[in-house]
Design a binder for this molecule. Sequence first.
Ligand code: ATP
Ligand code: MG
Length: 270
Amino acid sequence: MSEAAAIADTPRSGPPPGKEAAAHAQAGISTDVGSGDELASPQQDAPVLFLSGIERHYRQGDAVLEILKGAELAVWPGQSVALVAPSGAGKSTLLHVAGLLEYPDSGEVYIDRLATSTLSDGQRTRLRRTEVGFVYQFHHLLPEFSALENVMLPQMIRGLSRREAINRSTELLNYLGLKDRLTHRSAELSGGEQQRVAIARAVANAPRILLADEPTGNLDPRTSERVFGALTQLVRASGLAMICATHNMDIAARMDRRVTLKDGAVVELE
Ligand SMILES: Nc1ncnc2c1ncn2[C@@H]1O[C@H](COP(=O)(O)OP(=O)(O)OP(=O)(O)O)[C@@H](O)[C@H]1O
Ligand SMILES: [Mg+2]
């Protein structure tokens, strides 16, 4: 049972107001709150992630920077979405909101049709831990730990036994071509290897959504190609939904969809 299902009996807010209802209908999300039972199993015919009317601003002294202004985005299971927009447009902000790392100022983030704004901090953390994986431009691995330990850690935090965590981490790292690097400390790995460990760590708890923020941004073109190849292979094999912020148009062209941010709104490209 998914974490979303486990907390599906959490009190939710009432149906969204009229303006949002059309978007919800389009996204296959019922605005009827219902009994909660319909949330008990993941729906393939509904987006696994739905951002609805997301507003996000930052205060800088007296000025208010409006970054996201009613951003809407629905991502279906198994779908990969490239987020291509100029620096400062709000890509990282959108990913942080989608991954429950930041609260939007208004709007709603639905994960598996579960409205997340009414969850407690603990519930958000658990949902994030089980349903969402993150890959950053700079890997953020723990330098003193081995590749294997870096991938084991999130699983052990989640409560898996050491043995189970070792098995799954080994399998993932083998899959990503790092069979001979398991015991290397992350500081002893190349940039491309570090990013592949970071990908393994992000999917270690079998999330349903992968959010990648310029995952190949600091790699040379060839290594970038390799890491991206590993990423897409994994995404396809596991039916993950992915949003990947990138400046690389070749990489974007190979994803299922391309979107950009324009004046704080998500706009479909092509
Ligand atoms: N905590 C913050 N306080 C104030 N302003 C912020 C904060 N975080 C982000 N911003 C501003 O919001 C805007 C969007 O930032 P964001 O990091 O989302 O851009 P981005 O599209 O990811 O850019 P890049 O391609 O350079 O990574 C930027 O102008 C940034 O300066
Ligand atoms: Mg960014």
